[in-house]
Design a protein. Sequence first.
Length: 69
Amino acid sequence: MFNRNISKLIVTFAFFYSAVICHLKAVEFYEKKDLFLSYFLWFCALTSFLGALRFQIAKLVDKFKSLKK
């Protein structure tokens, strides 16, 4: 059980780190007027951020499902 929690924390940290790096690179490309690549990197940053929040999103979806019943 200890190893599972540590691995979840490491993967969550990696998602947050990836989101930050993608955002910073997107800002660089946006300043260079490379809009397509900057928007793509912002999309990647958004999906990485949502990946970091995957457990909270799953809890929210379960809550909505239980309210629907």
